[in-house]
Design a binder for this molecule. Sequence first.
Ligand code: R5P
Length: 291
Amino acid sequence: MPLLVAGAGAENLTAGLAKALSAGTSQVEFKTFPDGEQYVRILAPLKGEDVIVVQTGYPPERMWKLLLLLEAAAENGADRVRCVVPYLPYARQDRRFLDGEPVSARLVARAISQNATECITVEPHKADVAAFFTVPCHLVSAADAFAAEFKTRGVDVVLAPDAGARDRAEAVARRIGAQVDHLEKRRISSEVVEVKPKSLSVGGKTVAILDDIISTGGTMVKATEQLVRHGAKQVICAGIHGLFIGGAVEKLRGAGAHEVLVTDTIDSAWSRVSMASSIAEALGRPRVPAR
Ligand code: R5P
C-alpha cells in the first residue's frame, strides 16, 4: 500500500487520493526559518515505503517544499518516490522567448526528476513540458472531471478564451454533447477591437469559459463581459488551476460571472472539481520509460 506524504496547499486532493488509493497518509512538519528558508520533516517512517509526495506549486515558494519533501523521502530510504505536483509551477516559461531568458519549466522538471522516480501533474499550460522530465511524467486531463460538473449545470456551450485553448474546450464539450467555440478578436477600426465567439451565438445559453489558469482573472473578465453583452443566460468561469490573484473572483463577479469553478489542484473556496479519481487512476497505470 502506498504512503501519501501530505504537502501543503492541496489538502482536499490529498484526502481524496488517500481514499481512492486506500493509502495511509503521513503528515509533515513545516517551518519557515527567520530568514525565510523552509524546513520540512516527514513524520512517518519511510524505509522501504512506496511514497507518493503530494505538493502543489502555488504560491511558487511551495516549489521549495516540494523539492525538500522529495529529498527527504529519498534520503530516508523510500523504495519508490512518486511525485504528484497537481499545479506545476513555472510551466508557462517553457521556452526561451527572448535572448537571456532561462527555460524555467525545464529547470523545474529536472529538479523534480532528481529524487522522484516519476511525476504526475494536471494539465500544464502546454503538454510539451512532460519531455523536460528525465523520469516518466504523466499528464492528467481534467476533461472528465469538468464534463461531469458542466453536465449537472446544463452547460450549452464550452468556450475557449482563444484558439490555442480550443482543444481543451473541445475535449469537455464532446463528452457532454455541448457546442464548442473560441473567442476571437476582430479589428473593427483602428481604435476599436471587438472580442466575440468565432461562430456561435450565445444568446440565451449557459456558457462555460474554460482556461488552464485563472490568475489575475483579466482574461476571463474580458470574455465574461463580451458574453454578457451578447446575451448569454449564464456565464461560468472555469479554470483548471485557480490562483486568484488580486481580487480576481470579485472582478469576475463584477463582470457578470454566475459561478467561478476550478479544480482542487490548489485549495480555494472555488475548488469544487475534484481531480482525485483521475490522478488515482494515473497512479495505477503502467508507465512507459522516459526518453
Ligand atoms: C495564458 O497563457 C493562460 O492560458 C491563461 O489564459 C492566463 O494565465 C490567465 O491569466 P489571467 O487570469 O491573469 O488573465
